[in-house]
Design a protein. Structure first.
Length: 175
Protein backbone atom coordinates (compact mmCIF):
# COMPACT_ATOMS: atom_id res chain seq x y z
CA UNK A 1 0.00 0.00 0.00
CA UNK A 2 1.37 3.39 -0.87
CA UNK A 3 0.54 6.72 0.68
CA UNK A 4 -1.23 8.87 -1.83
CA UNK A 5 -3.29 12.01 -1.40
CA UNK A 6 -6.96 11.39 -0.88
CA UNK A 7 -9.39 12.12 -3.61
CA UNK A 8 -9.55 15.85 -4.11
CA UNK A 9 -12.41 17.94 -2.73
CA UNK A 10 -13.58 15.10 -0.51
CA UNK A 11 -15.21 17.70 1.74
CA UNK A 12 -17.44 18.67 -1.10
CA UNK A 13 -18.96 15.20 -1.41
CA UNK A 14 -22.51 14.60 -0.18
CA UNK A 15 -22.76 13.03 3.30
CA UNK A 16 -22.61 9.27 3.51
CA UNK A 17 -25.60 7.58 5.17
CA UNK A 18 -23.33 6.45 8.07
CA UNK A 19 -22.21 10.01 8.70
CA UNK A 20 -25.82 11.18 8.69
CA UNK A 21 -26.77 8.46 11.17
CA UNK A 22 -23.99 9.44 13.58
CA UNK A 23 -24.86 13.13 13.30
CA UNK A 24 -28.42 12.25 14.32
CA UNK A 25 -27.13 10.16 17.26
CA UNK A 26 -24.87 13.01 18.41
CA UNK A 27 -27.64 15.60 17.98
CA UNK A 28 -30.21 13.58 19.93
CA UNK A 29 -27.63 12.91 22.68
CA UNK A 30 -27.00 16.67 23.00
CA UNK A 31 -30.72 17.29 23.45
CA UNK A 32 -30.99 14.53 26.13
CA UNK A 33 -27.98 15.86 28.05
CA UNK A 34 -29.36 19.41 27.92
CA UNK A 35 -32.80 18.30 29.20
CA UNK A 36 -31.10 16.23 31.94
CA UNK A 37 -29.77 19.42 33.57
CA UNK A 38 -33.18 20.93 34.48
CA UNK A 39 -34.54 17.41 35.14
CA UNK A 40 -31.91 16.62 37.81
CA UNK A 41 -32.16 20.11 39.21
CA UNK A 42 -35.78 19.46 40.19
CA UNK A 43 -35.69 15.71 40.91
CA UNK A 44 -32.15 15.04 42.15
CA UNK A 45 -31.53 14.54 45.87
CA UNK A 46 -28.18 16.31 45.84
CA UNK A 47 -28.86 19.32 43.72
CA UNK A 48 -30.13 22.00 46.10
CA UNK A 49 -30.69 25.41 44.61
CA UNK A 50 -27.97 27.84 45.48
CA UNK A 51 -28.24 31.60 45.35
CA UNK A 52 -25.42 34.08 45.10
CA UNK A 53 -25.34 37.70 46.06
CA UNK A 54 -22.43 40.10 45.89
CA UNK A 55 -20.81 41.04 49.19
CA UNK A 56 -17.59 42.74 50.20
CA UNK A 57 -14.95 40.85 52.22
CA UNK A 58 -15.32 43.36 55.06
CA UNK A 59 -19.06 42.86 55.27
CA UNK A 60 -18.84 39.06 55.14
CA UNK A 61 -16.09 39.13 57.80
CA UNK A 62 -18.24 41.33 60.05
CA UNK A 63 -21.33 39.13 59.63
CA UNK A 64 -19.31 35.97 60.38
CA UNK A 65 -17.73 37.52 63.48
CA UNK A 66 -21.15 38.68 64.68
CA UNK A 67 -22.60 35.19 64.09
CA UNK A 68 -19.74 33.55 66.01
CA UNK A 69 -20.08 36.02 68.89
CA UNK A 70 -23.82 35.45 69.10
CA UNK A 71 -23.91 31.64 69.26
CA UNK A 72 -20.45 30.56 70.45
CA UNK A 73 -20.52 27.64 72.91
CA UNK A 74 -16.85 26.72 73.10
CA UNK A 75 -13.59 26.22 71.29
CA UNK A 76 -11.79 23.35 69.66
CA UNK A 77 -8.12 23.64 68.70
CA UNK A 78 -8.46 27.43 68.80
CA UNK A 79 -11.48 27.45 66.50
CA UNK A 80 -14.83 28.68 67.80
CA UNK A 81 -17.59 26.09 68.18
CA UNK A 82 -20.98 27.60 67.42
CA UNK A 83 -24.46 26.20 68.04
CA UNK A 84 -26.98 28.32 66.12
CA UNK A 85 -30.72 27.80 66.64
CA UNK A 86 -32.68 26.31 63.72
CA UNK A 87 -33.93 28.62 60.95
CA UNK A 88 -31.13 31.10 61.48
CA UNK A 89 -28.49 32.45 59.15
CA UNK A 90 -25.28 30.43 59.50
CA UNK A 91 -22.02 31.99 58.34
CA UNK A 92 -19.05 29.86 57.39
CA UNK A 93 -15.82 31.54 56.38
CA UNK A 94 -13.18 29.87 54.25
CA UNK A 95 -9.61 31.09 54.25
CA UNK A 96 -6.16 29.75 53.48
CA UNK A 97 -6.22 27.14 55.04
CA UNK A 98 -9.19 26.55 57.27
CA UNK A 99 -12.90 26.91 57.99
CA UNK A 100 -14.52 28.99 60.73
CA UNK A 101 -16.44 28.28 62.85
CA UNK A 102 -17.06 24.62 63.80
CA UNK A 103 -20.84 24.10 63.71
CA UNK A 104 -23.18 22.20 65.99
CA UNK A 105 -26.47 21.57 64.20
CA UNK A 106 -29.63 19.62 64.93
CA UNK A 107 -30.90 16.80 62.76
CA UNK A 108 -34.06 17.60 60.80
CA UNK A 109 -33.77 21.36 61.28
CA UNK A 110 -33.11 23.80 58.48
CA UNK A 111 -30.36 26.40 58.45
CA UNK A 112 -29.65 29.08 55.92
CA UNK A 113 -25.96 28.75 55.12
CA UNK A 114 -23.87 31.64 53.89
CA UNK A 115 -20.54 30.46 52.55
CA UNK A 116 -17.87 33.05 51.99
CA UNK A 117 -14.19 33.41 51.35
CA UNK A 118 -11.98 36.37 52.07
CA UNK A 119 -9.03 35.31 49.90
CA UNK A 120 -9.68 32.94 47.02
CA UNK A 121 -11.85 30.17 45.61
CA UNK A 122 -12.43 27.24 47.94
CA UNK A 123 -14.71 24.21 47.77
CA UNK A 124 -17.15 23.33 50.55
CA UNK A 125 -17.36 19.55 50.40
CA UNK A 126 -19.25 17.75 53.17
CA UNK A 127 -17.78 14.32 53.93
CA UNK A 128 -18.59 11.46 54.02
CA UNK A 129 -21.77 12.51 52.18
CA UNK A 130 -21.09 13.58 48.66
CA UNK A 131 -22.02 17.27 48.50
CA UNK A 132 -19.84 20.00 47.12
CA UNK A 133 -20.30 23.75 46.72
CA UNK A 134 -18.08 26.47 45.33
CA UNK A 135 -17.06 29.23 47.69
CA UNK A 136 -16.21 32.30 45.69
CA UNK A 137 -14.68 35.44 47.20
CA UNK A 138 -16.79 38.57 46.80
CA UNK A 139 -19.97 36.50 46.79
CA UNK A 140 -22.27 35.31 49.53
CA UNK A 141 -23.03 31.73 48.51
CA UNK A 142 -26.41 30.97 50.08
CA UNK A 143 -28.01 27.56 50.47
CA UNK A 144 -30.53 25.94 52.78
CA UNK A 145 -29.20 22.87 54.56
CA UNK A 146 -31.27 20.35 56.52
CA UNK A 147 -29.09 17.63 58.05
CA UNK A 148 -30.79 14.24 57.77
CA UNK A 149 -28.23 12.14 59.64
CA UNK A 150 -26.41 12.63 62.92
CA UNK A 151 -22.67 12.38 63.34
CA UNK A 152 -19.44 14.24 62.80
CA UNK A 153 -18.94 15.59 59.31
CA UNK A 154 -15.75 16.96 57.87
CA UNK A 155 -15.65 19.90 55.50
CA UNK A 156 -12.96 19.26 52.96
CA UNK A 157 -11.76 21.96 50.61
CA UNK A 158 -12.34 20.66 47.13
CA UNK A 159 -10.85 23.49 45.11
CA UNK A 160 -7.08 23.86 44.88
CA UNK A 161 -6.22 26.99 46.88
CA UNK A 162 -2.49 26.86 47.55
CA UNK A 163 0.22 24.84 49.25
CA UNK A 164 -1.88 24.07 52.33
CA UNK A 165 -4.97 23.05 50.34
CA UNK A 166 -4.81 19.43 51.54
CA UNK A 167 -4.80 20.58 55.18
CA UNK A 168 -7.93 22.71 54.83
CA UNK A 169 -10.42 20.71 56.84
CA UNK A 170 -13.38 21.92 58.90
CA UNK A 171 -15.90 20.19 61.09
CA UNK A 172 -19.63 20.02 61.68
CA UNK A 173 -21.54 18.14 64.38
CA UNK A 174 -25.11 17.03 63.91
CA UNK A 175 -27.00 15.85 67.01
CU1 LIG B 1 -9.21 25.87 50.23
CU2 LIG B 1 -8.37 24.21 48.81
Amino acid sequence: MSLSSPQQYWWDEPLDQHEKNWLWVAGIFCVIITLAMPYWHYTGDQNPSQEYTKITNEKFDALTDKFIGQYKVGEEAGIAVVAPPPNTNVFVRAHQFGWEPILKLQKGKTYKFHLGSTDMNHGFSIQPINMNFQVVPGWDNILNITPTTTGVFLIVCNEYCGLGHHTMIGKMYVD
